[in-house]
Design a protein around this ligand. Structure first.
Ligand SMILES: *Cc1c(COP(=O)(O)O)cnc(C)c1O
Length: 369
């Protein structure tokens, strides 16, 4: 009897062997400390600082609340320059703070904010830039910092895709005023739900810790209308366990990345982003379907789907095309031609550590034939 192929999703979370998690649960049951900066929470903050090579990091319940809090930490007001080619949470974090997003087009070579187009979008109301290290590719951090310094702007990186990525030998998370990570189940490193803000000094970390706990500075002092952004002990414990496996997870993703590049190289109408030159995390494998490919991007997406292969049009539609953004002057098509083109052509292929070689070959054959 013929075996039916199991569906292949665009991503699958890495789950360590269940028995490895039991001792952590026993510890929580023993301590009865479930949240509010518990022992696993403290351990994970330290372990992540060590692993990522950063000085200070505050854990969060998810990346979106971390983005919202990062903006409050720096008291950002007015207009914020950001990328339309991202997950919708990037811009939503601005609306949740009553800020006005100003979309700037991306660089086709990286899918990151085009530094050449930032200056012309700055107005007297601009106070910050929120770039995204899209697919884990580092932004042009030097140029962005130079512009920020010239105009007196803050820089908050949406670094949701950038867990463990290095740039010029150092953590990419050291750039800008703050960087925000996501540990959602679909990301390279996950705590089921989770996130973090990376910050440069202890004073800022303290302010972030107040803001993520309703604004409590002590038992009787509330310093701002803070939110409940705390990570629970269960999530932190899972994060500690996950960290023991992360190197193998990234190694396997690197093999899958290499195999896609070898097999798709020279296929008419399939364009990949350049191979990352430094320590990357292989979080996504986007391809861009060109006009000389035999069928359209959407046709390929549906063709794969009929074979049980679920790619993802990530990022499509552009954030600037959603109803709460499309009326903004910066959302106009003529302002964002490169991003609009990328959104029409992009398809992210399945990449995750448990993707088998034979399943990857099934995907490739479907694209090539
Ligand atoms: C996943 C993601 C977020 C949101 O993170 P959550 O942890 O899911 O809230 C924000 N920005 C980008 C670019 C993302 O990919």
């Amino acid at each position: 009897m013929e075996l039916l192929n199991k569906p292949i999703y665009v991503t699958q979370p890495y789950l360590p062997p269940l028995e490895e998690f039991i001792p952590y649960l026993e510890k929580i049951w023993e301590n009865k400390w479930l949240t509010n900066n518990g022992p696993f929470h403290q351990q994970l903050e330290q372990a992540l600082c060590d692993y990522l090579g950063v000085e200070h990091l505050a854990l969060f319940t998810n990346g979106t609340i971390a983005l919202v809090t990062a903006l409050q930490t720096l008291r950002i007001t007015g207009e914020v320059i950001t990328s339309p080619f991202s997950f919708v949470a990037t811009a939503h974090s601005l609306l949740w703070n009553g800020l006005a997003p100003v979309f700037v087009d991306i660089d086709p070579a990286t899918c990151n904010l085009d530094p050449d187009k930032i200056e012309q979008a700055i107005t007297p109301h601009t106070t910050a830039i929120m770039p995204v290290h899209c697919y884990g590719t580092p932004c042009n951090v030097e140029r962005i910092q130079q512009i920020a310094d010239t105009y007196g702007l803050k820089v908050i990186y949406d670094a949701a895709h950038t867990f463990g990525v290095k740039y010029k030998g150092e953590s990419i998370l050291k750039h800008g005023d703050l960087s925000v990570l996501s540990f959602h189940a679909t990301k390279v490193y996950n705590t089921f739900e989770g996130g973090a803000i990376v910050c440069p000094d202890a004073k800022t970390k303290q302010r972030i810790d107040y803001l993520k706990n309703f604004g409590f500075a002590d038992e009787v002092t509330v310093m701002a209308p803070g939110i409940n952004g705390k990570m629970s002990e269960i999530n932190a414990a899972f994060g500690l366990l996950q960290l023991q496996h992360i190197e193998n997870v990234i190694k396997r993703r690197a093999q899958i990345d290499t195999c896609y590049r070898e097999q798709l190289n020279g296929v008419n109408g399939i364009k990949c982003l350049p191979q990352p030159s430094e320590l990357a995390n292989y979080s996504y494998f986007p391809v861009f379907i060109q006009p000389d490919y035999p069928i359209s991007r959407d046709e390929l997406y549906h063709k794969l789907k009929t074979k049980g292969i679920y790619g993802r049009r990530y990022f499509y539609p552009l954030i600037s095309d959603f109803p709460m953004y499309r009326g903004l002057p910066s959302s106009a098509r003529y302002n964002l031609p490169v991003a609009a083109d990328a959104a029409e052509k992009v398809l992210c292929l399945p990449i995750y550590s448990s993707l088998s070689e034979s399943d990857q070959m099934r995907i490739i054959e479907c694209i090539v034939s």
